[in-house]
Structure formats: structure tokens, C-alpha cells
Design a protein around this ligand. Sequence first.
Ligand code: HAM
Length: 417
Amino acid sequence: MIKAIKGTSDILPEEIVNWNYLTKIVQDQMKYFNYKEIRTPIFEHTALFSRGIGESTDIVSKEMYSFTDRSENNLTLKPEMTASVVRSFIEHSLGKQSGLNKLFYISPMFRQERPQAGRFRQFHQFGIEAIGSHNPALDAEVIQVAYEIITNLGIKDISVTINSLGIPEERAEFSNALKEFVADKKNQLSEDSQRRLDTNVLRILDSKNKTDQEIIKDAPSILDFLGSESLEHFESVKELLTAAKIPFNIEPKLVRGLDYYTHTTFEIISSKVGSQSALCGGGRYNLLIEQLGGSSTPAVGFAAGIERILLACKAEESYTLEEEKIDIYIVRLNKELESKAFEFASFFRKNNLKAEIDYSARSVKAQMREANKYHARFVLFVGGDEYENSQVQLKNMENGEQKLFNISELNKIIEIV
Ligand code: HAM
């Protein structure tokens, strides 16, 4: 038997209700904050991601699903949306049409990571990209959107962590200081961190290795390397978050796994979902648009992992959804009336009622069982003496009341149901 690919999963009907609920909350918040939806293709030219996310990042160096198509194009299933949205922003000159573009998305992503709870190879993100402003109010707004969605889903056990990575010059000075700090402990570092010393030294700071963590415990803080403009920006973000009543911690070791960040970075962490605890992450990326061929344009955004958020909802039992009920189930008393039941169901469905019938020539008892399984609010009995008299019987399943209707008056049933 052919099975689903490792790290991918089917989302079955009983689970879809949660996805739809989450999607509705995301869409509502996007309306309140005035973000407009954007959809980009599932695959892009590989160069977009290698240039956008950074060659030395884990995503680009070992996790991308890249392939060559029959025309020798190097293509990649998108591992994240930011580079893709920026490509679209540049390609369609969205910056010329409007000073500030506030965009949101919900989309599958692909990364060849080692699958485990909360980590998949095809997963889904929703996120936003606010392109066209330096204003720290947008950094705060982006964090607020993520916070509102997560808390509106009833998830409580979270912490918001923020940091600033400043501008490249400040980061370069900090990188040198960090290299110096670990220089005499180099051999004790994990293999990954030793490699990162040369390629991407900042990433040592978020190593999960215990020895690495012990070594960098007292490492210098990037915040001590920020100039006055970067510090001012960071101060404003903190003030605005406080004004918006969003509790946060400052974590100078929060560097994130993508290279495009400048200034603010943030994550929202759940303590209820195990080791893959980042429900979302993002930050400012003022240089990416220019780097990908556009004109210099500041931007900030975040993306959240839908599977992880739903895991957190489950772990916290953060909401309960009422089971979906159907409006009317048509029970036919004998098999010959199957086409009549079909006709009535079509009529109700055309009139926007959720209607169901039996497709398996089952007994009346079995049809009633099915009506109960679907939590039918009403059952319509078709058959017997009543039907001989051109009538049908409607039963209200909530209070047991029954009423006869002429077949010519099905409209009246619609009014009641
Ligand atoms: P990211 O931190 O790579 O950032 O991913 C954002 C979120 O996607 C994570 O916090 C996590 O919830 C979810 N996620 C990532 N990888 C997986 C996986 N393998 N399985 C399940 N969930 C996963 C970005 O993608 C940036 N584009 C965010 C951003 C937008 N920055 C600025 N704008």
C-alpha cells in the first residue's frame, strides 16, 4: 500500500473543523487590522530563497525541496513566504500603487526537517508582511496581530520574546565580539556551532546543545552593540507593546534562523507543546527588498505554524466547538420512495438547508440512527398512509413535536427549519 510521505499528513474531516475555526479567527483579525490576502505559487526559482533567506541558513543549506524540471529550471517548493511575497511585491510594483502594503497569507510550506511532534515536512503557516514603513508602530502591530490571534484561540500559556538585531554594521561588530568570546572554547563547541563560527556565528546563540548553551551563557549581548537609532527604535517597540498591554520578555539571544532580519525579532512560545515550542516568529527586514532587486523599502512581518497552534489549542483545551448539525434528514418508509426522498433533499439543499438522505436502502430504524449520528434537528418521514394522502410528517428532534404537511407545501417546512 502506498502511504503518505513521511512528515506530511492528511487533514481528515474531524480535524478540518479546527482548521476552519482557526482560519476564521485569522481572517477576522486581518480585517480588523486591515491586512489584504495574497497568494503566491507553491514553487519558485531556487535562487529566490537562497538569496533571500541566506545560503548558510539551515533552511537553504539542508532543508529545501529543490528540483530541476524538464526545462532545466532550478525550482524549490516554498519553505517560507516572506521571500515569495517580496518577489511578488517587486514584480507587480505594489510599492508604487500604495505607500504601505499590509498583506497576509495562509499557505502550505515545505522543509525537509526531521519529523517529530510539531515539526513536519509539509506544514502550514499563516502570516503577514507589512511592507513600506520604518515606523516602530508596525513592528508592534505585527506582534499584536500574532498575539491577538493566538489569545483569541484561547491559548494562554505563552510568552512573547523580543530582541533587536540592529543594522548589519552593528551586527558585524557584535559577531566579532562573539567570535572572540568563544575563541578559546572553540573545541568544546558542538560540531554545528564550530561550523557556524565561520558561516553564521550568531546562530551559535540559539544552539540547542547543552554544552554550547553553557559556553555562551555569559556571551556579550547584541543590545550592547546597538547604536542610538537602533536603540531608539527598540525602545519605541517596547513602549508600544506595553501600551497595547502585551506582556513580553527581552532575549538578546533571539537571533532567528533566517538571515534577512534587521532591528526587531520576536517569537511567541508555548510551554505546552514540547520541544517545537515556537508558535510563531518574525521581525523586521529592511534590506531584503533591495537585496531581491527592488528599491530600498523597509518591512516587517511574522509567520505562525498552524499545526503547532492547533497542538497548543488541544493541549490547553482552549476552546470547544459545537458539533456540526444537519438541518433535516429525510427518512423514507419504503425503498420505492428513494427518488422522492432525493427530490425533497434537492429542494431543501437548493433552499440552503443542510439536508441528508439514506443512500444504502436501509431500514427505517437504521435511517433514524443515521439521523441521530448527524445530530439532525428535524426528520421528515416520507411514506405510509400519510404519503398516500399526499402528506409528509416533520419531527422536531429537539422537542419531539410532529406536524403534517402537504407535499405541495414544502415551503412551509423551510420556514420552520
Ligand atoms: P520561521 O521561524 O522559519 O519564520 O517559521 C515560522 C513558524 O512556522 C515557526 O514559528 C513554526 O511555528 C512554523 N514552522 C516552521 N517550520 C516548521 C515545521 N517544519 N513544521 C511545523 N511548523 C513549522 C518564517 O518562516 C519567516 N518567514 C517569518 C517571517 C515573516 N519573518 C518576517 N516575516
